[in-house]
Design a protein around this ligand. Sequence first.
Ligand SMILES: Nc1ncnc2c1ncn2[C@@H]1O[C@H](COP(=O)(O)OP(=O)(O)OP(=O)(O)O)[C@@H](O)[C@H]1O
Ligand SMILES: [Mg+2]
Length: 296
Amino acid sequence: MARRLAFINYKGGVGKTSLIVNTAACLARMGHRVLLCDFDTQSNASIWLLRLERWNPINATGEGALYSLFDPGQRRLRDLIVRDVVLDRAGGHPLPGLDLLPTTFNLVDLESEYAGDPRRPAYVIFQEQLAEVEADYDFILFDCPPNILRASQCGIFSANEIYVPANPDALSLIGFTLLVEKLARFHQLSAGFRRAAMGPAAQVHGIIFNAIKTGVDIEVPRMRMQLRLNQFKAARRTAREARIFESFVRDAMVVRRAVALGLPVNLLGQEADGDNVVRDYERVAEELLRLAPVAV
Ligand SMILES: Nc1ncnc2c1ncn2[C@@H]1O[C@H](COP(=O)(O)OP(=O)(O)OP(=O)(O)O)[C@@H](O)[C@H]1O
Ligand SMILES: [Mg+2]
């Protein structure tokens, strides 16, 4: 059974997309079958992995984009998946096993124009269709925007585990706190649609510090985050085993460069050599693997 993980924080720009794309790439390199679903209308993960030349045509027509599951509702999720999404300059597939469910700017229509059947919210439609491909994967990862509006709800409803990328600052702590509150509300709202086979509603299982600058001591922000996490755990508002990851990702120029090059950092070869950040993402992937999957 695939582990289904959502990466989200109510604080924007903390590195959710960088972390999920690069961790997904590490998992794929270790031989795991990974599906990355992009729930952000900004389409950062999709543009990164498809590069503009493959993403632009999808964006222009909407054909093949996530939103076509809902409107006109004719497309099946399994037909939208871009298999072995990363292409090298020669057109080869340097990272087999990393698949993408791509998004384009029209996903924003899900938040306003979309008028679906209230008895079948978008997150139910998504979950049912995802179930058809789950057996093909070891990991299904959801890159969410910094909110729990309709698009994000699809990821949260289908996930069994939530991970919170965070920077060592007060805003990330506020974003985490807000997330836990909004999550409880959404779980209440959607409880009637859950079926036993889906497993428990997703709780926060981990916090992952990202973009740590050289010389910056993260002990104090880490301690503050741990205190908040302890309060939530005591109130059973996060998973009992929730923790701050031992591994964290350093701030490195190559992470920004990777986006421009349309590759995850672990494929940058020489360019990323000497830059320990690839090892950081591998450690995050290894730590995820060490955590026991949620029993479904
Ligand atoms: N470890 C890192 N080192 C250097 N730059 C980073 C690192 N992680 C992320 N960044 C940069 O920080 C910016 C924000 O990162 P990213 O887009 O991953 O955040 P996000 O949380 O997904 O944002 P949003 O809330 O808009 O979805 C990007 O320019 C990205 O390249
Ligand atoms: Mg993002």
